[in-house]
Design a protein around this ligand. Structure first.
Ligand code: 5CA
Length: 478
């Protein structure tokens, strides 16, 4: 790593900060020679591992994990009309096996409905097979034409968690949509990332869905980032793929379906929402290293300090904390800088005087120092890590609140978006007014039916036509 390449740009220069933090903290290497494809460094991958483990744990409560093929035969991919329309410009096709042209072209999955649902047609037989709730975590490919960005808009999405559920009735599928939204809220709460949940306008729903509920967060530059979506698919796909079940009275019925996905955008949000001018700030629950011990060794006490630090490391590891003892031959200050950049939540400093006094000094990545009695180190550390999580969550929520505003006419709306805000307006729900809002402000309608503690679900006159309208989020988006 090029450690001499100057300082990290300040966080308020967000795009430079983001591009820098990715290589400086060894998250992604962007030098892979294919546009939109990036390489996970080991440290970035370790963050991913902890984040995705949390996602798995949440899903494993009542979903089953499975794995479907990457390649989808053309005739399956082409079955659902809306779905094809939505994805036709984004699909990579495999046309040859070696030098032999394939009889049937194969799509690299952009998402897996058309890989999974032909199998669901075989698996679902009777109402006793329902509900069926399966997920997989895979790579997917989308030939994105908007600007690609690491972790945010990829052509190979490496960490696509997609869940696909099958239900007997539309209402049960609707219930599942709500359950999935709650699950995503819990996931992001664990990452201390505040979210806005809303119903996307019809023209922005998933191709082939009845409706789409989106989970967005606000990035430091004021743009909103869609970090998860939940789709009610109705019977669009079950009719195309013949997913039918025999109901209690022996009748054949088309099933009702949902699907919901999260990608490595959750990591982009994690790094961006919490980071600061010194680098990353990772929530303890997903930090690959939760505690770093930096021994302060001076002169004769070297051996003694290292021995104490080792025993401290061992004790904390045994207690289940992801602990790292940094014995490299570097100045302590350089080590502090190194671990701060990488977002380690708590640094423990141990010098001869601390050892003699039976103390350990702890420095929080979120600011502030505490001194622990060596004997109470385990409970002390656990308490401080919990405090760090709370402080991070609170700080992120304050940021979100600061970014939200209410607006009742179009000029102030444009001004608010220019100012990096996400605005709540009233909108009648009609496409012409929606288009007018988007064109006049160069923004996007995120959605209606907003579920956020900071957005009152009021009604009022549409910002364009004055007819009755619902609270609607508008912002600039990634
Ligand atoms: N089959 C459904 C649910 S799994 C689906 O594909 N939905 S999606 O198109 O909305 O994608 C799910 C989530 O993946 C999105 O909400 C977004 O957060 C993320 N995502 C979509 N495209 C990309 C991309 N090119 N790069 C990174 N993440 C992406």
């Amino acid at each position: 790593m090029d450690e001499d390449a100057g300082a990290l740009p300040p966080k308020h220069q967000f795009s430079e900060w983001y591009n820098n933090i990715l290589w400086r903290a060894e998250i992604m290497d962007v030098r892979y020679p294919v546009k939109g494809l990036y390489v996970w460094y080991p440290y970035g991958f370790a963050i991913r591992k902890h984040v995705y483990q949390r996602l798995r744990d949440l899903l494993d409560r009542d979903h089953q994990e499975a794995l479907f093929p990457l390649l989808i035969p053309e005739q399956e991919f082409m079955k659902e009309a809306e779905h094809i329309k939505g994805f036709e410009d984004e699909v990579y096709w495999v046309t040859h096996g070696g030098t032999t042209p394939l009889d049937v072209k194969l799509a690299l999955r952009p998402t897996s409905e058309t890989a999974i649902y032909p199998m669901y047609a075989l698996w679902v037989r009777s109402h006793a097979d329902l509900p069926l709730k399966i997920y997989q975590i895979v790579n997917t490919f989308r030939y994105e034409t908007k600007q690609t960005r690491p972790l945010i808009r990829l052509r190979e999405i490496t960490s696509f968690k997609e869940a696909h559920t099958v239900h007997a009735t539309w209402e049960e599928a609707q219930q599942q949509v709500e359950t999935a939204v709650r699950l995503y809220k819990e996931f992001y709460n664990g990452l201390c990332i505040p979210v806005m949940i809303s119903k996307r306008p019809d023209w922005d729903k998933f191709p082939g869905a009845d409706y789409t509920i989106a989970v967005d967060t606000i990035m430091p530059n004021g743009k909103s980032l869609q970090i998860g979506t939940v789709h009610h698919l109705g019977d669009h796909f079950s009719k195309t793929f013949e997913i039918k079940y025999e109901d209690a009275s022996g009748e054949q019925q088309y099933a009702q379906q949902t699907c919901y996905g999260i990608s490595e955008r959750c990591i982009a949000a994690l790094l961006s929402v919490h980071g600061d001018d010194k680098g990353l700030v990772l929530p303890p629950k997903v930090a690959p290293v939760q505690l770093v011990i930096v021994p302060i060794t001076i002169g004769k006490r070297h051996e003694d300090v290292i021995a104490s630090a080792r025993s401290l490391e061992q004790e904390l590891r045994q207690a289940g904390f992801r602990t790292k003892l940094d014995t490299r031959e570097m100045r302590p200050g350089a080590k502090y800088y190194w671990w701060e950049l990488r977002g380690v939540p708590l640094r423990l400093e141990l010098g001869p005087r601390d050892i003699d006094a039976g103390k350990v000094i702890a420095v929080k990545r979120t600011g502030g120092k505490v001194s622990f009695d060596r004997e109470d180190i385990k409970s002390g550390v656990a308490g401080v890590l919990a405090e760090i999580s709370d402080a991070m969550r609170q700080r992120a929520e304050e940021h979100m609140k600061d970014r939200l505003c209410s607006v009742i006419s179009i000029e102030p709306l444009t001004a608010a978006l220019n100012d990096g805000k996400i605005a709540v307006v009233h909108w009648c729900g009609g496409r012409p007014c929606g288009d007018a809002i988007e064109e006049k402000t160069n923004g996007s309608i995120l959605g209606t039916d907003v579920r956020s503690a900071y957005v009152p679900s009021t009604e009022g006159a549409c910002i364009i036509c004055d007819k009755p309208g619902k609270a609607t989020l508008v912002g600039r988006v990634y």
